[in-house]
Design a protein around this ligand. Structure first.
Ligand code: TRP
Length: 360
């Protein structure tokens, strides 16, 4: 193995739907950065999942794929330490999805709350493709093919991880003889192929968007992107309605003001934030513009270095570098993914000799 490691593994990923935003940062990216040294990390770009709602725009998904890798590199994900995994380059994921699809009752998949929310939020009605609910099964395979211990995600993904845990248990019970009453932590020791991975939700599981109401999301037009200019950041923060109308010397309620959730998320000095809250509550000469200015400053402190790293990846040169990283990541990821698939087929009695994919 080129990348043999005794560290426990992490798998997580993003769907390439455009540029990443601050919600991704505090929900999951930040955790990934913190865990890069301690764990053997796999970061997956779910380009096949992006087809669920954009099958007619595959070229756009390709462009978004390259952008997302640039975002990752800009925040500090290091392709030397962590493996970048392009989903469509890992055939074992698709094969494992087929086997997992047989272990999940159809109605169980359709009851998955994340799928339900998505159908509503995106107004899919009953017109979605067969592949749409299938993606949730595919996500179980994205994860389990790397047999990880941890899956750092935003809150909205926890339902998918729960389904993944169910599939892992069922596979271990049916094909590996693990006792149905075994504790999750015991599965591997008892001969189960898959660990029962745990979700790790970020510091801010759900960051509210600049509309002050919904979760930050590109499709809701309420997002601050990691690649936004200082001018765009300023404009977006200043556009947030503070939930009340008051003068700097009038008492206000910080708890209904979404700007304070940004203060909590981005201003590092917690005592300073507590002091801002107190002054706001008491009407101690603290205007909404002031609070916003502090928030803008904190976000700029975060985004400044990210923008600088991103600038070095612009243009064709940057695209070439990203494609190299994707190829090298696919090589490393396929080593472990093929191994897992082989072991899974062995346990099922579906193994008829080793298979060697030609990996350049
Ligand atoms: N569904 C996730 C999202 O849209 C992306 C994703 C795909 C993922 N496969 C994954 C996340 C596996 C964690 C683990 O954000």
């Amino acid at each position: 193995m080129g990348n043999a490691s005794t560290k426990a593994r992490i798998l997580t990923g993003d769907t390439p739907t455009g540029r990443l935003h601050l919600g991704h940062y505090v929900g999951s990216l930040e955790n990934r950065l913190a865990l890069q040294d301690e764990y053997d990390c796999y970061f997956l770009i779910a380009n096949m999942h992006a087809l669920t709602t954009r099958a007619d725009r595959s070229q756009e998904i390709r462009a978004d794929t390259i952008e997302i890798v640039k975002d990752w590199l800009s925040v500090g994900i290091d392709p030397e330490r962590s493996t970048i995994v392009l989903q469509s380059e890992i055939p074992a994921i698709s094969e494992l999805s087929w086997y997992f699809a047989m272990l999940l009752p159809f109605n169980r998949v359709m009851r998955n709350p994340t799928l339900k929310t998505e159908i509503e939020a995106k107004g899919l009605g009953d017109t979605y493709s067969f592949g749409f609910p299938l993606y949730a099964v595919g996500q179980c395979a994205d994860i389990l093919v790397f047999r990880p211990e941890l899956v750092p995600v935003g809150e909205d993904q926890v339902a998918h991880i729960e389904m993944t845990r169910e599939v892992a248990r069922r596979f271990n019970q049916i094909y590996c003889g693990v006792d149905p009453h075994a504790e999750d932590e015991e599965h591997e020791r008892l001969g189960g192929l898959f660990p029962i991975p745990r979700a790790l939700v970020g510091r801010v599981g759900r960051l509210v968007g600049t509309d002050g109401k919904h979760k930050m999301s590109k499709s809701l037009n309420n997002a601050i992107f990691l690649s936004d200019t200082p001018k765009q950041v300023k404009k977006k923060i200043n556009s947030i309605y503070p939930g009340q109308s008051r003068n700097p010397d009038e008492p206000g309620d910080p708890d209904i003001n979404p700007v304070f959730t940004y203060a909590d998320a981005f201003i590092k000095d917690k005592e300073f934030v507590a002091e801002l809250r107190r002054r706001y509550r008491e009407g101690d000469n603290l205007g909404d513009g002031h609070v916003k200015a502090f928030v803008i400053e904190a976000i700029e402190e975060l985004l400044g270095p990210i923008r600088q790293r991103r600038a070095r990846l612009e243009g064709e040169e940057g695209d070439r570098r990203v494609l190299e990283i994707i190829r090298e990541g696919a090589r490393r990821a396929n080593e472990i993914a093929e191994e897992t698939l082989h072991l899974a087929k062995q346990r099922m009695g579906f193994d008829f000799g080793p298979r060697r994919l030609e990996l350049p």
